[in-house]
Write a protein that binds this ligand. Structure first.
Ligand SMILES: CC(C)(COP(=O)(O)OP(=O)(O)OC[C@H]1O[C@@H](n2cnc3c(N)ncnc32)[C@H](O)[C@@H]1OP(=O)(O)O)[C@@H](O)C(=O)NCCC(=O)NCCS
Length: 177
């Protein structure tokens, strides 16, 4: 049986070891890591999965970022990921459970729109993320456009053109610029 819990229940070193196993130790150079530089994960949208023995078998972290529109609007977003399942437990529904609980928490809390960099064959198929709205967004590093995905909520449309960045300035200043 798999048990989900807030990420705080997991040993941070075990989380890092799991991420290394799922993505490789060179993962820190990825564009998604630049997007979340200097910010802490969002506790309400970050989860861990444990097996019967209490071993960590999956993690999902989400981060506060923002879309700076060319029209001057600054829209908060949550960057989802990495989503990682221990290699020997992959394709057993753990990733879907982590994503489902995160999306339910986001929807219940009226959180910001969600975005991620990942395979549409997984994140579009099961969770409704789409690259349709992200074509005009730039990111701090290389990205395959088809893998830049968003899941919009509510009525407020996001700017079609703009750039994504960590939301750290807003946090540090206590206010949006
Ligand atoms: C991607 C990942 C989070 C999915 O979690 P998981 O627990 O292994 O997968 P789930 O059991 O939730 O989902 C299984 C289904 O998703 C599909 N799937 C899983 N990963 C996929 C991927 N990267 N692309 C396309 N389909 C994928 C499986 O084929 C399966 O489909 P089926 O039910 O039709 O057979 C996990 O495999 C992982 O950590 N992988 C290593 C990191 C990685 O490669 N990430 C790439 C995406 S960013």
């Amino acid at each position: 049986m798999i048990t989900l819990a807030p990420i705080a229940a997991a040993d941070p070193a075990a989380v890092e070891a799991l991420l290394d196993a799922a993505f490789g130790t060179d993962r820190h150079g990825r564009t998604a890591y630049r997007l979340r530089e200097g910010v802490a994960a969002i506790p309400e949208l970050s989860f861990a999965a444990f097996d019967d023995a209490g071993e960590l078998v999956g993690t999902l972290q989400s981060w506060p970022i923002e879309l700076v529109g060319d029209d001057g609007r600054i829209m908060p977003l949550a960057l989802v990921g990495p989503v990682a399942v221990r290699p020997d437990r992959q394709r057993d529904g753990i990733g879907r459970r982590l994503m489902d609980v995160m999306i339910a928490a986001a929807d219940a809390g009226h959180a910001d729109a969600l975005m991620l960099i990942g395979d549409p064959e997984y994140y579009e198929r099961f969770f409704g993320f789409t690259a349709q709205v992200t074509g005009g967004w730039s990111v701090p590093g290389p990205v395959e456009r088809r893998r830049l995905l968003a899941r919009l909520r509510g009525a407020a449309p996001l700017p079609a053109q703009g750039h994504l960045r960590p939301r750290r300035l807003a946090v540090a200043d206590g206010a949006l610029r």
